[in-house]
Design a protein around this ligand. Structure first.
Ligand SMILES: [Zn+2]
Length: 344
């Protein structure tokens, strides 16, 4: 680690900050990139954003590949009854009808699934305080297919939009419409705006949060899922931490820098849910062994991975649960709303 002079793009502190050298290891090019960590707000950030950043998102970049929806083949009558049960489970409506319905249909599995970690979709929706299936929801930086929006569609939500400037063309799947465009081109207000591991890829953090605040309804909520430092894995693996991901991750926020950023945009953090998974453990271990994430034996693509034993994989899951409990997690879901001053 060395020290050099930089200006933090979050808190604007110009000072001598510690610097780190990171390597591209998702695809294993091992190209090097310099980061510095602000000694005031602790945000770890890339020193220079590459001009050719698009080249680091090739067509086989995982979040930009298409998946199948989960509700295909389910009888439409069952879907309607499930939606009724979801309405009760999520919004507390039609309680009497629900007591009959639960004898006929189960709640859809999407309610209990976690889109990117341990927090279930149901728990997230309850935390956001959404009140009906008609509320408008926007997912920012979702790639060509949003598992999150697909899960919400399965539960019964109908006003589902996504936006991502890096996808090849607009995408439409049922009630989910994803536009190939920037957040600044989106019109209207939303009850929920989510960024599932996309904020860290966006160059201008403050401008993005200000735009989100403008696009939120009076009591709207912004959900931000990002990697965070300091974490157990950053301390253990340093620049081999899989969430470092140079050069795609421009910012690795601390709780302090994320709160500061939110406040600058007229937002405040009102809840945090830690959601580390086994992925962060085995991915970091692979990088420490100089193995790219896209290796053919990676557990990400090959569940019968020869890199780790079943016992090791189970141990990674146990460790992930543990750091989520202790707050040493390297991933978290932040729930933001307008501050009292800006909401009037
Ligand atoms: Zn700073």
């Amino acid at each position: 680690m060395t020290i050099s002079r930089h200006t933090c793009r979050i808190c604007k502190t110009a000072d001598n900050h510690p610097t780190f050298m990171g390597r591209e290891m998702m695809f294993g090019t091992r190209e090097e990139f310099v980061y510095f960590q602000c000694n005031t707000c602790d945000c770890l950030q890339i020193t220079d954003i590459p001009e050719n950043i698009d080249e680091y998102y090739p067509t086989d970049y995982m979040p930009h590949t298409l998946s199948e929806t989960t509700n295909k083949g389910i009888n439409w009558v069952i879907r309607i009854l499930q939606k009724q049960r979801c309405r009760t489970a999520l919004f507390g409506k039609n309680y009497k009808l629900n007591s009959l319905l639960k004898l006929i249909v189960d709640l859809p599995s999407a309610l209990y699934e976690s889109p990117n970690g341990v927090s279930s979709v149901g728990r997230i929706i309850t935390t956001t305080g959404l009140k009906s299936f008609d509320e408008r929801i926007l997912d920012v930086g979702c790639g060509i297919y949003s598992h999150w929006l697909a899960s919400l569609e399965e539960l019964g939500f109908t006003e589902l939009q996504g936006v991502d400037p890096l996808i090849p063309a607009d995408q439409n799947h049922g009630y989910v419409n994803i536009a190939r465009s920037e957040l600044c081109d989106v019109s209207g207000k939303f009850s929920l705006i989510s960024l599932h591991h996309s904020l860290e890829h966006i160059p201008n953090q403050e401008e993005t949060l200000i735009l989100i605040e403008k696009h939120l309804t009076h009591d709207g909520v912004c959900l931000i899922r990002i990697p965070i430092i300091p974490s157990h894995l950053w301390k253990k693996y340093g620049t081999n931490w899989v969430e470092f991901d140079p050069p795609r991750h421009f910012y690795l926020h601390s709780l302090k820098s994320l709160k500061l950023l939110a406040n600058k945009a007229g937002l405040e953090v009102f809840d945090i849910q830690y959601d580390e998974t086994a992925f962060e453990f085995y991915g970091s271990e692979m990088y420490a062994r100089d193995i790219p994430l896209t290796n053919e034996n990676s557990p990400l693509f090959n569940p019968e991975s020869s890199l780790f034993t079943k016992e090791e994989m189970n141990n990674f899951k146990t460790l992930a649960n543990k750091v989520n409990q202790t707050g040493e997690s390297g991933r978290a879901a932040f729930f933001l709303r307008k501050t009292l001053l800006s909401s009037g």
